[in-house]
Design a protein around this ligand. Sequence first.
Ligand SMILES: [Zn+2]
Length: 234
Amino acid sequence: MRYYRYLAGILRCKIQAFAVQSSLAINADVGDFMIREILKFPDPRLREVSKSTDKVTEYHRKLAEDLIETMYASNGIGLAAPQIGELVRMLVIDTRSREEGGRRYKYEEMTELERAVQQPLIVINPVIVKGEGKTTFDEGCLSIPGYYETVERYNYIEVKALNEKGKEILIKTDGLLAICLQHEMDHLEGTLFLDHLSLIKSSKIKNQIKKHGYPKPKSEEETEDEDVQEGVKV
Ligand SMILES: [Zn+2]
């Protein structure tokens, strides 16, 4: 999932992403993480249902590292394994502020429950065991760059899952972390946020992408102006 209201530090984050990629070139052949290619809609692999994991192994820990670094390098706050072509029920999230190592704009916007969850969060075989209330948010997706639409989700969720050590965990959260978890869990079912929109709206966007591809990335100034305007909206 992409969090688009990062008003400040846009230049800085691009430099950071570049720094990560540069260090990668040095580290890539010594068995460190790899920044992977993120699949874009309409890649058919994004429509597959991912497989559960019986046993958490070194493969999963390596995959988690790749996911986390790929997410940071793309300024995302969440990424699911099928988005990099691995059909495994695994996802990673970091909704913390930049000061804490994440990519979120403001620490003050985090809820108490969100702050209580240790992040970056690595989740394997997640299942929602409780969902309460409704909330809406303008969601974006690293697999559908440049598009943001309002999606309704549970406001509070409890998710049972395995962590990277294979230990069972129960996450109780709300706020952006709950929204992001639901967005990433959809990816494990081959569902995209566009599928939550009205048929007319989603068909329009899907057809537009299939016909014209994705908009060119904007210059830094343009992005900053737009973010300032959009920041008021949410
Ligand atoms: Zn997504």
